[in-house]
Write a protein that binds this ligand. Sequence first.
Ligand code: NA7
Length: 531
Amino acid sequence: MPDYDAIIIGAGMSGLYQLYRLREQGFRVRAFEAATDVGGTWYWNRYPGARFDSESYSYGYSFSKQLLEEWEWSEHFAGQPETLRYLNYVADKFDLHRDIQFRSRVTAAVYDEGSRSWTVTLENGSRFSTRFLITAIGPLSTPTLPRIEGREDFKGASFHTARWPKESVDFTGKRVAVIGTGATGVQTIQTIASQVGHLTVFQRTPNWCAPLHNGKIDAETQAKIKAGYPEMFARCKETFACFLHTPDPRGAFEVSDEEREAFYEKLYGERGFGIWQGNFRDILIDRKANATISDFVARKIRQRVKNSAVAEKLIPKNHGFGTRRLPLETFYYEVYNQDNVELVDIMETPIERITPEGIRTSDKDYEFDIIIYATGFDAITGSFDKIDFRGVGGARLKDKWRQGPETYLGIMVHEFPNMLMLMGPHTALGNIPRSIEYSVDWVTGLIKFAMERKLTRLEATPEGVKSWTDHVKALGEGLLSNEVNSWMTGINSNVEGKQTRIVARYSGSAPAYRARCDEVAAKGYDELRLG
Ligand code: NA7
């Protein structure tokens, strides 16, 4: 008999909820977590200005009425410290810490056909066996540093945003460089610009950004939010990607030019992802429709940035609005009006190396006290690649996915029996806790089904995997985002072998995803090989 019924890798948002649900069923469960405490993304990403881009109240867990009543978000989009406090509150409330082993990075997981169990190896060499192995390792949890010569030589302090120190960093009077202008870079830049002596931003690809419009939640709004939770979560269940916002049924050219402009103006003035997720239904599939919103946002950037040459550098020219993950900002563009801020376009003047004093581009030597790498993650499959997963007959997951992931419902993999993935490739992501709650409940249902019937082996069939993988690929066809390099298409210039676009994400609607998974469960999981 294996040591555990289930081992969960990771104690972030998915791992915590999965632990809660399985323990509730009376199963023997253990979670292993590399960090010193719970929180996952919100544990690691302590960089200045880290915060939600989805409304806090739509992001928290919905499974416990009591928790919803007790917890009060202070802002529409809470900052990282508050979110981490929230996750600790959840872990304490449901007494989760006792079944989580911290400082325990999983390095390998090997399936044994004889015992129909997995053996998980930790960095310190200790091993534990389990019937079911659940990966809760997050789609954005393996940070990557640029492959720039001389990185180790820099004499000042340097940090990757996702490995930010716990103690605060003093920027007063410091010469600071930020490399990277994705969602993380944008939040960092707009936050530290007022603290630093001088800030130099090294931008490779500009991103389209839109205002966050954050604000404190007053008592009256707080009461409304709490009273409205059931309706709000019901809405999130119906929307395309589980956000409060969902595409407008109209096409961009089904309205007059004036109406379109007024609609964009309204969206630009509203909180959150509305301008991305609640825009005309065709802006992310039709180039001409997309050009209308791209032109609108470009005009906004030109209005907000005083120096027209700088404004032009900040306007993306090679991809349309919303075709990469949209960073939401708070006076980001105005930062470039400050005298102490400089934007360096490294497509024009590439970085040649990091020097002991700073950064050398093709035309200049810059000196810095601090270099911040906001250079992103080896996304979606990156965290899987870091663990040596071995399935039937020693098959390596990394080899199997060399040309891109192949999954069944984004949850299972052929030849990897009893392994269940939360928020892995090919699953619906969107407003992620909403997807997490669904997937955890589905996985819990499957394990319960197996335990009740004394089934010890659950495996996706090759046909099931092919059919789901083909479906996910077909869903991605015609999406402008799939024609663009980004973490969403599996591109990472800093990781060998990740220069070719893949379909790593499920891009259909979340309700359709859930309907398909529900159907599988309702039919007694008969699409799986059960034994
Ligand atoms: P992103 O969105 O992947 O952004 C990384 C940024 O770093 C992006 O601007 C990259 O430019 C830049 N980058 C990466 N490597 C280099 C090198 N070698 N040289 C120069 N610039 C580089 O990561 P984030 O952390 O901002 O956000 C990830 C997600 O987390 C976000 O979408 C949210 O969902 C939360 P590039 O665009 O590749 O030219």
